[in-house]
Write a protein that binds this ligand. Structure first.
Ligand SMILES: [Zn+2]
Length: 432
């Protein structure tokens, strides 16, 4: 292999028209930075003139040279350039002048194609544009242009929606919520919508063909009432599944509010209510009843069960609320809808007003909670998806332009995500 070929190979470039002589690399200072400059010479052998098409019978002659400095990926972490001396030619037949061409860089572009490929590899990961730009010695705008190009090539397909979708929202821009739709099986983001008002979402979903919407069988969501009407209208054949996590969160919050209310009133047991709050949320069967140990707020040796029992005995309201919380949690863990229904339809005179509100909410959503307990879908993939979105936002120190933000999210969580990575969506996040 000739030297030129070896150098081209090490630079990951394929163009046999580029030649390197003996002193092909040197250190130089560009913009006050020490860089590595490779020097190459580019020439073409023309069989015919590219301008007029006449056959080259010594009619195309050399006509000076033109040097361009091309940015290439870093070599051993040193910013590198390729100084390419391009041969200029003149056709005697048509009198036109032209420059030798190469495939390592686009016409009138100073950034090599393999730099652009490297940028694409970096864009797939959760990295800020600024970092990618700095690493490749190119401008922020160039990175954004590459992102726009990738995103544009994969315009959303409006003829298809997956069988099961998750919907949720998160804070995208300053105080503005974005509506997020993702595939419940693969966790791939389908789309983000900035305005989550009902009218706008209706308009957005009607953009999908009716056939596609009719094929949606399951929609996983949190307990947000306005969406129910929307889903029934836009996806008439879909079953609504309330995410398990949000059901548990709802009743846990009411129990916690009750605990805090009682804690503030009861000065003698204040510290105990405050210190052992975690025990209230542990499923009752998982509380330890055999390990006696010393707890800071108690004089005698206690077990976890003793502590909970002691605190419950102090207040009737807390006791009733706690018992209801535990029964609902138990029915959810067992995935027993009948039990759940029996529990929520009973009367509970002593429970706190917070729990009463939650109970009414559960009653209202009970038909959808039935689906939660009987079907394997949960919003776990969506929570992961939302976390990725938040991380992207955090790393970029926020986005001003929603479209740029959306392009980046879709690249990371859809276009380049391997569909093999299916989340285990059968497990339900019962922990608070
Ligand atoms: Zn010509």
């Amino acid at each position: 292999m000739s030297i030129s070929n070896s150098i081209l190979k090490s630079l990951n470039m394929e163009d046999k028209n580029i030649n390197f002589n003996e002193n092909f690399v040197e250190n130089r200072k560009i913009k006050g930075k020490k860089v590595l400059v490779y020097r190459g010479y580019l020439k073409n052998d023309y069989e015919y003139c590219p301008e007029c098409g006449c056959i080259n019978e010594k009619t195309i002659v050399k006509n000076g040279r033109k040097t361009t400095l091309i940015k290439i990926p870093k070599i051993s972490e040193i910013t590198s350039y390729l100084e390419l001396e391009k041969q200029r030619y003149k056709c005697k037949n048509c009198n036109k002048r032209f420059t030798a061409k190469t495939n390592i860089v686009d016409y009138r572009c100073r950034i090599s194609n393999n730099t652009k490929h490297s940028v694409v590899n970096y864009v797939k990961d959760i990295l800020s544009n600024l970092y990618i730009a700095k690493h490749h010695n190119i401008s922020n705008m160039t990175v954004q242009r590459i992102i726009d190009k990738i995103y544009d090539n994969k315009k959303l397909y409006k003829h298809y929606l997956p069988e099961a979708i998750c919907i949720d929202e998160f804070t995208a821009l300053k105080r503005t919520m974005a509506f997020n739709v993702c595939d419940a099986k693969t966790g791939k983001t389908i789309d983000l919508v900035l305005d989550r008002t009902k009218g706008n979402l209706e308009k957005y979903f009607s953009y999908y063909l009716e056939d596609a919407r009719l094929k949606v069988k399951y929609v996983v969501m949190d307990m947000y009432k306005p969406y129910i009407g929307l889903i029934k209208k836009m996806f008439p054949k879909a079953l609504i599944i309330i995410d398990m996590f949000h059901i548990v969160q709802l009743i846990s919050r009411s129990l916690n509010k009750t605990r805090i209310k009682i804690m503030k009133k009861d000065k003698t047991n204040y510290r105990k209510y405050k210190r052992y709050w975690r025990l209230f949320f542990k499923p009752r069967l998982e509380l330890d009843s055999s390990y006696w140990r010393k707890y800071i707020c108690f004089k005698n040796l206690m077990t976890e069960v003793d502590i909970v029992n002691y605190l419950l005995e102090q207040n009737e309201e807390l006791k009733a609320t706690y018992n209801l919380y535990q029964s609902i949690l138990y029915s959810l863990q067992r995935k027993d809808y009948k039990l759940f229904e029996d529990i929520i339809n009973k009367e509970y005179p002593n429970i706190s007003e917070y729990m009463l509100t939650s109970l009414n909410t559960l009653k209202e959503f009970s038909s959808h909670i039935k689906n939660t307990l009987e079907l394997p879908y949960s919003n776990g993939v969506m929570e992961r998806n939302n976390n990725t979105c938040k991380l992207i936002k955090r790393i970029a120190f926020g986005y001003k332009n929603f479209n740029n933000f959306k392009a980046k999210i879709l690249i990371v969580t859809n276009i380049f995500r391997k569909s093999k990575k299916v989340m285990n969506f059968t497990s339900s996040p019962l922990n608070v």
